[in-house]
Design a protein around this ligand. Sequence first.
Ligand code: TRP
Length: 438
Amino acid sequence: MDSNARGSWSGHLGFVLAAAGSAIGLGNIWRFPYTAGAGGGGAFVLVYLGAVLLVGVPILVSEVVLGRATQRNPVGAFRAASGTGGWPLVGYIGVIAGFVILSYYGVVAGWALNYLVTAASGGLSGMDSVQMQSMFEDLTSSPYRQVAWQALFMVATILVVSRGIEAGIERASKVLMPLLLGFLLVLLGYALTSEKAMEGLSFFLEPRFEDLTWTSVLAALGQAFFSLSLGMGAMITYGSYLERRRSVARPVMTIVAMDTSIAILAGLVIFPLVATYSLDPSSGPGLVFVVLPQAFLRMPATSLLAALFFGLLVFAALTSAISLLEVVVAFAVDELRWTRGFASWVGGGLIFALGVPSAVSSGFFGWADRVASEVMLPAGGFFIALFVAWVMPVDVAKEGYRGREGGLRWYSQWRFCLRYVAPVAVAIILLQNIGLLD
Ligand code: TRP
């Protein structure tokens, strides 16, 4: 199959926005601020930046290089680059991880969609905080309503992916990413001028080295990994639609800078609000759906601000969901020779069905999340790093990095981190997560 039949990005900008869309998700807006607040504030943020540069960037580069060099989905990429051996298994783990992650990601995104529609139609104004609390409980205890919102979200995801790389994914990213940034900046204006903004900011950013434990260092590594969408071939797949002329260094650094900035901006919005309205900053999963809405209730333009916030969450989740479904669809298109439309509806439909148990049972939800993000992603990332650093022929990796006409800027630093730093760090996370380190 020639590369035109698979589709491609119109240029580097399309790739950068789509990949940033994949990276920027629920992980940035909910998980990062909360983890940083609990894990040492500014000290955590510093460790996180180190983890992004020394582990996240090298693995992101290697996914993009592997995808671009082979122009294949994760399974096909390993097969094409390795010739023999069990390496395509790593690609299969990635495709399965895409299935599992999107199944419960769609449930959470469905909650956000429900809140967005409620806020935008004025349903939040006049609520008190008890009603706000029970709104979340009512929603999450009604399988029927959750599944309906999840279905709506999945249909939106399928519609984008079925239209293809440039007309679907790239176009959606070019609309959603600027909107997301715009919404975030409006909220930032409100947050930074709120009464106790400074108190919130110092909780978020003041380095508390005494709170920085071994566990929070590992949490920073895991967060960098999840936030950059690594370990399951999402970036292999997106890299496979990238032209092969210029170096990957600059687009990758742009993606990382965007993902990291949005995470920090989200913290700059959330903590001032949490401090001003005396909310609990370390309330876990409820932070975004129960605690933060309390702040909106007490702010002047409740419906508008809440709609902006939940719109932000839905857009972030949608561009991430698109990348998760694309891994499955690229596999079906390349390997099973399905048409894109058929693969999108069948793949998306099966993922939706797998998500139903997560909507019904929070135990199943937590289990799916742990298996995928604590075991499958680090295992996938470990083998991807190992493969590109030690197995793939050096000249193929080098050409994949620089392209036909690009330069080798940062190449040797990338290679060094990929060979010696990243595999060790990821192996430690994996061993810790499967309980072999303590
Ligand atoms: N990076 C996204 C977030 O921060 C989640 C995500 C999308 C993801 N695609 C992924 C995580 C692939 C791991 C692998 O929410």
